[in-house]
Design a protein around this ligand. Structure first.
Ligand code: UDP
Length: 311
């Protein structure tokens, strides 16, 4: 009998890649999504694939799944700053109630629980790169707190269930990830810059562009997630690409790579925008023998091709 995985947020950017990955490893996949920021377009190619089932459902209310479950992967949440600022209450609810219902399912089934957490738990970090041992610098009443604090709470609930109910858990802290199936209008820097460059429009750099991010291609992330899931380390573990870019240099790089005639347009920096972000992946390297393999230019070219089709 095939092993069975429940993936919440399975119609989202990362969730849909996970659905594909697990089907490829002959798992049965139950993809749960309320399509708030996810899309049927991300999974339509999976309908009819043996072992794949889609359930249109909001996990903030409850999560009932008949039958055996081996793994519950919780990837349900708006995840781009534009999305979670547009859906602040849904973001708080899915991070809190949604974590409760999904870890409750894992407990009931005796399944392993896997929480998708985020580099946002480090807030505007005062330590760079960020190791898992860093406790972070989060403004609990700032605009980003609806996401940051929801995910911090989700980590606390996950580890609480592990300690008090003996649920087997894993926690990943995902750093900026890009690739096919990001929504063109999710407001993140990769779709914004790539689409602007392809249209020869000015690239909108927020602030002076000196803030940094590090970009991981989605297939690298998915491989790391799988290795962490089947490892015996409770977590949390950072997954991301440690190559750090100033946003202004990233903008210029995308213009050059795409052969665009775009210029740069400076816009105000959003409040509490982290000034630096780069994962310390020493733990993932040691535990999982994992590190990113896809270089930025290769990943960006694949992503551009996909965006052109999606447009
Ligand atoms: N950013 C930018 N122009 C854009 C979109 C984003 O300069 O059109 C900057 C943003 O201010 C941040 C970085 O790019 O410093 C990454 O933003 P994103 O929304 O992708 O994700 P974040 O890492 O902030 O969650």
């Amino acid at each position: 009998m095939n092993r069975r995985v429940v993936i919440t947020g399975g119609a989202g950017f990362i969730g849909s890649h996970l659905c594909e990955y697990f089907l490829g490893k002959s798992y049965d996949v139950l993809c749960v999504d309320n399509l708030l920021t996810g899309s049927m377009d991300n999974i339509s190619h999976l309908s009819g694939v043996k072992g794949f089932v889609f359930m249109n459902h909001d996990i903030t209310n409850d999560l009932q799944v008949p039958g055996r479950v081996d793994y519950v992967l919780n990837f349900a949440s708006p995840a781009s700053p534009v999305d979670y600022l547009e859906h602040p209450i849904e973001t708080l609810k899915v991070g809190s109630f949604g974590t409760h219902t999904s870890i409750g399912l894992a407990k009931e089934k005796g399944a392993r629980y896997f929480l998708a957490s985020t580099s946002e738990v480090y807030g505007d970090p005062l330590v760079n790169p960020q190791p898992e041992t860093y406790w972070g610098n989060v403004n609990s009443v700032g605009p980003r707190s609806v996401y940051d604090e929801a995910k911090r709470f989700a980590e606390a609930m996950t580890i609480g269930y592990h300690r008090f109910h003996k649920v087997d858990v894993r926690i990943v802290r995902i750093f900026n990830t890009y690739g096919p199936r990001m929504r063109l209008n999710d407001g993140r820097v990769v779709p914004n810059f790539v689409m602007q460059a392809l249209h020869n429009e000015p690239l909108t750099v927020y602030g002076d562009g000196s803030q940094t991010r590090s970009f991981c291609y989605v297939s690298d992330l998915v491989e790391g997630i799988y290795r962490l899931l089947v490892s015996d380390y409770v977590g949390p573990v950072n997954l991301g690409n440690p190559e750090e870019w100033k946003i202004i240099d990233f903008a210029r790089h995308i213009i050059a790579l795409s052969g665009s005639r775009s210029t740069i347009a400076y816009k105000p920096l959003p409040q509490d925008d982290p000034k630096q972000r780069r994962p310390d992946i020493a733990l993932a390297k040691r535990l999982l023998a994992w590190e990113p393999k896809v270089g930025l230019d290769e990943g960006l070219r694949k992503t551009m091709g996909h965006f052109l089709k999606q447009r």
